[in-house]
Design a protein around this ligand. Structure first.
Ligand code: LMR
Length: 327
């Protein structure tokens, strides 16, 4: 009888062991809208690979690029519903949830990417990661893409050249105000529709980084690109408060450290890709790159900068001052 009990106990024990060894890893779905050969695409894949390497028995990251799962207008809703666990929309796409992130859309605010880095890693930038916690969205870190350029079906040298023209923008009132400031017509449209809108000439132009203009082939349907560096396109990696707070503490910490490594890699790639892909556009001969003289650039600054005052109350003047101090 005793041996019988011992055998049963041993059986129960080994079944228990087998079950715990096969405990299902936590699945993290990461949805984004760009191609894989972009700063965000590369960062996401790097994060997936690092997680597999370091904690593959506990967590599996699945990456869905190219708006395959959700576009940026739908992904935050999906995050809140638990259909995805990670996303990294452009900072311009959070207007429904917070006002302060609108700072990143102010035209001609940051002199270069070093100034952006200075502000993001400073106290104001760090505090903004939490600005949507009360709405259930948690910022985990920033990722760079780079400065935006203006592409168009006709040459844009001075603000008057943009008057009456239709430009696609992301879902941001600051970006709308920026184009209205030069008497252009802004249209909020999802990223996945931009190529077709340009190709069919439903719109005249758009603003984006070298990386997006290259990887989405906008340069094939836009004969002119003005090197304006007038604004920033960066991202916030976000998760839901509900998902994140439900993770075992050690898992959350390890994921956060791993994400920091993936972000550092993505930020470095953003610089390299921007240089390389700008050169590929030049080499293609499909688009003429317009370099502005100091005088011409000053005219764009003069026309667009009043947008800062329009949004100073919502953003907070102290935040704008801190950003300017980073230049
Ligand atoms: C855009 O909509 O133009 C960008 O946000 C796309 C992206 O994620 O880089």
């Amino acid at each position: 009888k005793k041996t019988c009990v011992a055998v049963i106990l041993a059986l129960v024990f080994s079944i228990g062991l087998a079950l715990s060894a096969h405990a299902k890893p936590i699945v993290v779905k990461f949805s984004h809208v760009v191609a894989e050969n972009t700063p965000k695409g590369k960062m996401a894949n790097k994060f997936r690979d690092l997680v597999a390497e370091r904690m593959g028995d506990k967590v599996v990251v699945e990456v869905y690029p190219n708006s395959q799962l959700f576009n940026d207008d739908g992904v935050l809703q999906a995050l809140l519903l638990g259909d995805v666990q990670l996303a990294a929309p452009a900072l311009s796409k959070f207007q429904k949830y917070t006002d302060v992130l609108q700072i990143y859309d102010l035209p001609f605010l940051f002199k270069d990417m070093e100034a952006v880095e200075c502000f993001q890693q400073g106290p104001q930038g760090m505090k903004m990661l939490q600005s949507m916690s009360n709405k259930g969205i948690l910022g985990l870190g920033y990722l760079h893409n780079g400065m935006k350029q203006l592409s168009s079906s006709s040459p844009l040298r001075v603000p008057e050249d943009a008057a009456g023209k239709k430009f696609r923008i992301m879902t941001s009132d600051v970006l709308a105000a920026q184009f209205e400031a030069v008497n252009a017509i802004p249209l909020k449209k999802p990223f996945s529709e931009v190529f077709t809108l340009l190709q069919t000439k439903a719109i005249d132009g758009q603003e984006n980084t070298w990386s997006n203009i290259y990887s989405q082939k906008f340069y094939e349907v836009q004969p002119y690109i003005t090197e304006s560096n007038h604004g920033l396109l960066d991202y916030l990696v976000v998760t839901s408060v509900e998902f994140w707070s439900g993770l075992p503490e050690d898992v959350a910490t390890e994921l956060e450290d791993t994400l920091a490594d993936a972000l550092a890699y993505g930020n470095e790639e953003s610089y390299n890709l921007s240089q390389q892909q700008k050169q590929m556009i030049i080499d293609s001969g499909r688009s003429e790159i317009i370099e502005l003289t100091d005088e011409e650039r000053a005219k764009w600054v003069e026309a667009m900068k009043p947008v800062w005052d329009q949004f100073a109350d919502e953003i907070g003047q102290e935040n704008i001052d801190a950003a300017v101090a980073c230049n």
